[in-house]
Design a binder for this molecule. Structure first.
Ligand code: SF4
Ligand code: SF4
Length: 454
């Protein structure tokens, strides 16, 4: 008997370690003394059955290989129903944020495009047709995300599109449960528009990177003017209409420096109930400290410790916690991974990820092509395979089962291929699983429950 190649030992206490199996996502806490003896497991009859049935020890390497092959086969045999559509109503924006991965990719001389009502409606039909191809998944979670540039720069088409979605839901062509989200910088909200989105149940996520100094650090308008005060006015407008405001918060050096007050601000001033943290990519003009990724990952964990007490949902860490607590592999960190995402550019071209809006790489056709089945294209087939589970360089990683593989687009931009690692998210994924396991141990100790094997 020997330890499985997927087992990682994580010290959790003076004389205790966790044995964590990164592929079946099981954890057993054992004494250090036991771990010292583990290679002579034939002497450990009292424990060996438990360790073996949890997959922690194997009789031969073949057992590990079979488990991996079986996991990959089952992942690849699952259908990939399209479940998310990003509708880029325009690639124009009223802001010029330093880190924008959309605007910074579009050559300055290239003119910006605004989607027409016809293209928006055609895109929604295209999405409805894609959903229909998988009737068993029709009622499963589906989302349309209005995105840009700034989607509200194309307000008329936004409103027309929302009405059209309601019409198709009524007809039964789109599932009644379909969610409508929008990501906006917030500055174009008016009282009338706020009433409209409340009536149509549009979920709004506004980009703000913390308090005034943090938000103004990289988020500026076209004239270089800071925007924090203007955005806060709009957030107050939405709150006055009882519209829950989601936040998309990119973690920068100021956000981290003012960690405590940033978290208090999000809770008390914004009244946030749900948010997502973004970690900056390297490679643009923003100077980041060498240990930025580590401190950003710590920031997310520290924020989560407070949010969980208050029932606030932070999407990035919750994906990992859900995977761990359900012992269910989290194979992809976004819907592009897995080939379940449509991105429609303002001119109607269809791709898998909005990160390529400038180059149109991984775009596969247009919404006007009634014959186009995106799942059958080589691009979607390749992205379906891109998961840590299938990537050799991930197989010895502690985060293998819970990671999702970060952002394939960032991996390609920084290293030339979607099959490379997105290293900023590697740091986050590894630190998060390490923390989850240590935290679980602290909870067990606090409840004075006897660990499985001591
Ligand atoms: S590949 Fe990256 S940029 Fe594209 S949808 Fe996924 S997370 Fe977003
Ligand atoms: S992407 Fe990075 S963190 Fe995730 S499994 Fe692979 S090596 Fe580990």
């Amino acid at each position: 008997m020997k330890l499985s190649r997927f087992v990682h030992t994580i010290p959790v206490d003076k004389d205790m370690v966790a044995l964590y199996h990164s592929l079946n996502i099981k954890v057993i806490f054992v004494s250090r003394e036991l771990i010292n003896q583990i290679e002579g497991l034939n002497k450990l009859d009292a424990y060996s059955d438990k360790l073996y049935s949890a997959g922690m020890v194997v009789k031969s390497e073949d057992e590990d290989k079979n488990l991996l092959d079986k996991t990959i086969k089952s992942l690849m045999s699952l259908p990939s129903p399209v479940s998310v559509m990003y509708l880029l109503l325009t690639d124009a924006c009223n802001l010029a944020c330093d880190y924008c991965f959309i605007e910074n990719q579009i050559p300055e001389e290239q003119s910006r495009i605004f989607m027409s009502t016809e293209t928006a409606k055609k895109s929604i039909d295209f999405f409805a047709e894609a959903i229909k191809r998988h009737p068993d998944y029709f009622e499963k979670k589906k989302t349309i995300i209005f995105y840009g540039g700034e989607p509200l720069m194309n307000k008329k088409v936004f409103m027309e599109a929302i009405k059209y979605i309601a019409h198709l839901k009524e007809k039964g062509s789109l599932p009644k449960s379909l969610s409508i989200n929008m990501v906006s910088n917030g500055l174009f909200f008016t009282s009338e528009l706020a009433d409209f989105i409340r009536e149509k149940k549009v979920n709004v996520s506004i980009s703000i990177d913390g308090e005034k100094i943090a938000t103004n650090l990289h988020r500026r308008d076209f004239y270089g003017e800071p925007i924090f005060d203007r955005v806060m006015k709009k957030i107050k407008l939405l709150k006055s209409k009882d519209i829950p405001v989601g936040i998309s918060c990119t973690i920068n050096e100021e956000t981290i420096k003012n960690q405590k007050s940033t978290i208090e601000f999000l809770i008390n001033e914004i009244g946030v109930k749900g948010l997502g943290f973004n970690i900056l990519a390297r490679g643009h003009s923003i100077k980041l400290r060498e240990d930025y990724e580590t401190r950003a990952a710590e920031f997310i964990i520290n924020a989560y410790k407070i949010f969980r007490e208050k029932g606030i949902y932070e999407d990035r860490i919750m994906r990992k916690i859900n995977s761990f607590s359900k012992q269910k592999i989290h194979p992809y960190d976004c819907a592009a991974g897995g080939g379940r995402q449509l991105v429609v550019a303002p001119d109607g071209q269809v791709g898998i990820c909005h990160g390529y809006i400038g180059s149109r790489k991984h775009f596969v056709g247009t919404v006007f092509d009634n014959e186009l089945i995106v799942e059958d294209t080589p691009t979607y087939k390749e992205w379906k395979k891109r998961s840590p589970i299938t990537m050799e360089k991930c197989q010895s990683c502690v985060a293998l089962g819970t990671c999702g593989g970060g952002c394939p687009c960032d991996a390609e931009i920084s290293k030339g291929s979607i099959w490379e690692l997105d290293e900023r998210f590697c740091v986050h994924a590894k630190m998060t699983i390490d923390w989850i396991i240590r935290d679980l141990w602290l909870c067990i100790k606090a409840k004075a429950q006897k660990p499985v094997l001591v």
